[in-house]
Design a protein around this ligand. Structure first.
Ligand code: ATP
Ligand code: MG
Length: 445
């Protein structure tokens, strides 16, 4: 296949028979976030490059290697968002939300772009759902967003994730840590990769995030931030853990989590899955107390997380999580002959106006081909409209599941027949599940 007929490497098409899963997952996420008081916000796919460089940090992999940056026709440097926090912070400052009622709680969902090596769970265009909470200094806020991430994962039926948390302190206590870290890595300088040697001079903490096996091994034995926390950061971390314990959420403290973006302070966390191979982090987040101020807004302790939707879907497929069924086509209307086509359009519109999905022939096919198509698209009912039927004011009505077939008068009787059949189907489904439940109850007794 020629390159022009193929999607760009690292991008995926979400095909019509897959999109219902995305709609389900995304709406569940937004709905659950709503229970915690988060409202959806939508920010542009691209921003001035500076927005990301200033917030994500110019020593991070994201800014150094992964951004899609280009000059637009007006000569401005533009970058496709590699994540949402930077644009969201820009937006809440620009629209003065940070000067209104605090905390401001927003969530978002959409595509992100990173020039990375494509592999399972790592794409160049991928989707994130995330939340940001501005103006919430209390440890209860850290716990709340972790509980929200957990609630979303639970609501999707995902199991066996581990929650790992750490504190990377504040700029005060981090200064002492950076010194200790630099000293440690200086002693291993010759073994570190070329990039980490550069990191050593600029930001030694970035070495902790290096994916090279040699550097990771050296990093594993490096001093940990937890041993350098100031009293305030230590108390904060203790309180976050206490909140999580009292909410009954299991977690482990992993002193090696640093996160790949520079803006984090104090609490950082990840949800990790053992089911999807090397790209195992499905959600990452933490506190960023200095970011709003750094981006030109007020001094506003804030925090958030982001989850990778592709990775979550991979876990869900692997674990056999249930998705609700795709919306069926309720009725296929098969017109035979020209005058039947007008009637068919009319019937379809009256069905759609009542909230039923209705599809008709747009290709000029004969009856057999139309029935085949109706079957392929999974229509529940089929209405056949021939010249004879039109003359007698009737149409032939067929239940595609049972094969039952009878005549129905054109007009309101079509609607009442479909209502009738649909209601019967719902009643049968309900009584089946009532039977299941009472069966379960008797078993329990
Ligand atoms: P990783 O360590 O896997 O590179 P990260 O630290 O760069 O992740 P974040 O910037 O915190 O990731 O993004 C939050 C989440 O978005 C990740 O936990 C992951 O689920 C998802 N994600 C990040 N980069 C990609 C990508 N290139 N393709 C698919 N999902 C991604
Ligand atoms: Mg990354």
């Amino acid at each position: 296949m020629s390159e022009t007929n193929k999607a760009i490497r690292g991008t995926n098409d979400i095909l019509p028979d897959e999109s219902y899963k995305w709609q389900y997952v995304e709406s569940k996420m937004i709905e659950t976030a709503g229970l915690f008081g988060f409202k959806e916000t939508r920010v542009p796919v691209f921003e001035a490059t500076e927005v990301f460089v200033r917030s994500v940090g110019d020593t991070t992999d994201v800014v150094q290697k992964e951004m899609y940056t280009f000059d637009d026709k007006g000569g401005r440097s533009i970058t496709l968002r590699p994540e949402f926090t930077a644009g969201t912070v820009r937006s809440v400052i620009e629209h003065s939300l940070v000067n209104g009622a605090l905390p401001v709680k927003v969530c978002y969902c959409g595509t992100c772009y990173r020039y990375e090596k494509p592999q399972a769970g790592r794409l160049r265009e991928f989707h994130q759902f995330g939340v940001e909470c501005f103006g919430a200094p209390q440890p209860s806020a850290d716990a709340e967003i972790i509980l929200l991430a957990n609630a979303i994962l639970v609501s999707l039926g995902i199991k066996n994730l581990s929650l790992e948390i750490n504190s990377i302190g504040c700029p005060e206590c981090r200064r002492r840590y950076q010194e200790a870290l630099t000293q440690y890595f200086e002693s291993k300088k010759d073994e570190l990769c070329v990039t980490c040697n550069e990191r050593l001079n600029k930001n030694a903490m970035r070495i902790l995030d290096c994916k090279s096996p040699v550097c990771s091994k050296i990093a594993a034995a490096a001093p940990v931030m937890l041993d350098y926390l100031c009293d305030d950061c230590k108390d904060h971390f203790d309180a976050v853990r206490e909140h999580l314990r009292s909410a009954g959420v299991n977690f482990t403290v992993n002193p090696h989590i640093v996160r790949g973006l520079d803006y984090y302070t104090k609490t950082v966390f990840e949800f990790v899955s053992g089911d999807i191979g090397a790209q195992s982090t499905v959600c990452g987040g933490g506190r960023y107390d200095g970011l709003v101020d750094q981006m030109g807004g007020p001094q506003l302790p804030s925090l958030g997380f982001a989850m990778g939707i592709e990775r979550l879907l991979m876990v869900m497929e692997k674990q056999g999580c249930e998705f609700p069924k795709q919306r069926p086509i309720d009725v296929y209307v098969a017109p035979l002959g020209d005058s039947a086509k007008f009637e068919s359009t009319k019937i379809c519109m009256s069905l759609r106006n009542e909230g039923f999905s209705a599809v008709t022939d747009l290709s000029g096919r004969g009856l057999k081909a139309q029935m085949k198509y109706a079957d392929k698209i999974g229509a529940d009912f089929c209405i056949v409209l021939g010249e004879n039927e039109l003359q007698t004011g009737k149409c032939s009505f067929r239940n595609m599941k049972t094969g039952e077939q009878f005549d129905v008068a054109l007009g309101d009787e079509i609607l009442s027949t479909i209502y009738d059949k649909k209601i019967n189907a719902v009643i049968t489904e309900l009584s089946d599940s009532i039977d299941d439940m009472s069966g379960l109850l008797t078993e329990k007794k």
